[in-house]
Design a protein around this ligand. Structure first.
Ligand SMILES: [Mg+2]
Length: 173
């Protein structure tokens, strides 16, 4: 059971900074889903680093990309972020890691799960969302660490989970 849990929270790939990730893994994929807060923009904000905007625009020109957020404030921030990155923010009543959310994305973009990549800075919910739904998952470092106390605590649990996965040698790669 614990190994099954590990397999659900273990990213297919792990990189440091988003902009240094190996973009070859996007080849032959139909849809790239990016988490918003702390993956592309500062947490709960509408701004980001110029290097991220530049990197993202290149990816967005070559692949079908959408942004997805569980944040309660995403509706308010949606237009600004969408303009900043030139990318659609997918809104839904469902939240990551919901299966219904994944299904609605699959139906909207007419893609197979194996052709979808999820890129995010959190295991719960980003990686879990992708793994539970048969997508490829990519964990990257958060762009900064200004976050509320709850998320900081969850991050510690996430780091400990990754530590356990590494310690047991339970890696896909
Ligand atoms: Mg995030």
């Amino acid at each position: 059971m614990i190994l099954n849990l590990f397999s659900k929270i273990m990213p297919s790939y792990r990189f440091g900074k988003l902009i240094n990730m190996d973009i070859n893994i996007f080849l032959n994929k139909s849809l790239i889903i990016f988490d918003v807060d702390n993956t592309l923009v500062f947490s709960e904000g509408t701004e980001t680093k110029k290097e991220i905007i530049d990197w993202f625009k290149k990816i967005n020109e070559n692949y079908k990309c959408i942004c997805l957020s569980n944040s309660r404030t995403i509706k308010k921030r949606k237009d600004k972020i969408s303009k900043l990155l030139g990318c659609q923010i997918f809104l839904s009543i469902f939240k990551k890691p919901s299966k219904k959310l994944f299904k609605s994305i699959k139906d909207t973009y007419n893609v197979e799960a194996s052709k979808v990549i999820i890129v995010g800075d959190r295991i719960f919910p980003d990686i879990l969302f992708g793994n539970l739904n048969g997508a490829v998952t990519v964990l990257v470092e958060p762009i900064n660490n200004k976050e509320n106390i709850l998320i900081r605590i969850i991050r510690k649990i996430e780091r400990f989970s990754l530590f356990l996965i590494d310690s047991f040698g339970y890696n896909k790669k």
